[in-house]
Design a binder for this molecule. Structure first.
Ligand SMILES: Nc1nc2c(c(=O)[nH]1)N[C@H]1C(S)=C(S)[C@@H](COP(=O)(O)O)O[C@H]1N2
Ligand SMILES: [Mo]
Length: 364
């Protein structure tokens, strides 16, 4: 389905929501499109590349209507490796603390990395000459989500300062090929360092505003509510708006609940720092946190990507071993230990220490 591997973990067929099977993300720093997670709030729309126009409107002196060839011709192309991460990544770990009804139990695969090609949003905005009141940039898509109240096309916004930063792209290609339908063809926004929800697919309007977008997915959803709030009663502006993502990591291989022979095993995972931060260190424990060693960090594919890491451990025979990882960033911040204190009614932003229980077989 949608050009994905047959063994994707499909949380929903319609709208299509799927993540790669456990462990697969460890295979490559740039995720192949067929393994890249897919997160949708409505049906994947059919779009036509040739007739597509991107409008740039709102608080600008020169509104624009641009075809894909206008974008290619008038602006400098740019390719950037960027990791996208859904705010619901690792929700399953949070739901283990307390139930999260109505939301998909994503594992650690609601994140992936691609090389995106397009133009800088900053260049397109500059061509439209934003006025002095510009404070936010909203993105409007064409896919109508029945989950929104009322039903409406998907949308989001980011602060104008972020939209003017050189890393935010309007992308038409992913890993060197035209964007696939499920990933936003013919054009999507890529907002490095922000929750995936802001990287709007099938974008057809960019609107410069004085206020954040009042789209349901900006004003009501993707907000961190206090634990005692009822998400069904949340209104516009309730809770804390999620934008920049937090330091996070995962243990990918061996996958939680699997078995390995005793002795030496290489443990692999990813770590991703927040905006303008770098992963400084990843520690791994193979004894439930009693002792820690440092993992080797692979070089990052860019300033806005995860880093894959690995560490060798020696595991005893015939036991259940608890692996725990924890990442530090270059400000000295450490991931929070437990999902307990992070629990929120929509299950967003679980960046607690990843844990995996591995069984070892008896000595041969
Ligand atoms: N138009 C539109 N854009 C969207 C979405 C959507 O449902 N519709 N989902 C968002 C969310 S929540 C995430 S995490 C990313 C996922 O991007 P992907 O499906 O390319 O992995 O797209 C974002 N952009
Ligand atoms: Mo998301």
């Amino acid at each position: 389905m949608w050009g994905k591997r047959d063994d994707m973990v499909v949380h929903e067929r319609e709208p299509f929501n799927a993540e790669p099977p456990p462990g697969v993300l460890a295979d490559a720093p740039i995720t192949p499109v067929e393994a890249f997670y897919s997160r949708n709030h409505g049906p994947v729309p059919g779009t036509d590349r040739d007739s597509w126009r991107l409008a740039v409107a709102g608080l600008v002196d020169r509104p624009l209507s641009l075809s894909l060839s206008d974008l290619r011709r008038d602006f400098e192309p740019c390719t950037l490796a960027v990791t996208l991460q859904c705010a619901g990544n690792r929700r399953a770990g949070m739901a283990a603390v307390r139930e999260i009804p109505g939301e998909d139990p994503w594992g650690d695969g609601a994140t992936s990395t691609a090389e995106w090609t397009g133009v800088r949003l900053a260049d397109v905005l500059a061509a439209a000459r934003p006025t002095g009141r510009a404070a936010h940039v909203a993105f409007e898509a064409v896919d109508v989500s029945p989950l929104a109240r009322p039903a409406q096309p998907y949308g989001a916004s980011i602060p104008f300062a972020k939209a003017s930063a050189p890393e935010v792209l309007l992308a038409w290609a992913m890993n060197g090929r035209p964007l696939p339908a499920a990933h936003g063809a013919p054009l999507r926004v890529v907002v490095p360092g922000y929750i995936g929800a802001r990287s709007v697919k099938w974008v057809r309007r960019v609107v410069v505003r004085a206020e954040p977008s009042d789209n349901y997915f900006q004003a009501v959803a993707y907000r961190l509510l206090p634990p005692d709030a009822d998400p069904d009663r949340a209104g516009p502006g309730d809770g804390l708006s999620l934008g920049p993502i937090a330091l996070n990591s995962a243990i990918l291989r061996p996958a939680d609940g699997t078995s390995v022979p005793p002795g030496r095993t290489t443990v692999r995972g990813y770590a991703l720092a927040g905006e303008h931060r770098r992963v400084a260190r990843v520690d791994l424990s193979a004894d439930g946190g009693a002792s820690w060693r440092q993992a080797e960090l692979d070089p990052a594919a860019g300033a806005y990507t995860w880093q894959l890491w690995h560490a060798d451990v020696t595991l005893p025979p015939a036991s259940d071993v608890e692996l725990i990882a924890r990442a530090w960033d270059d400000t000295g911040a450490l991931q929070p230990e437990s999902p307990r204190a992070l629990w929120n009614p929509k299950g967003y932003a679980n960046n607690s220490w990843p844990r995996a229980t591995i069984h070892t077989s008896p000595r041969p």
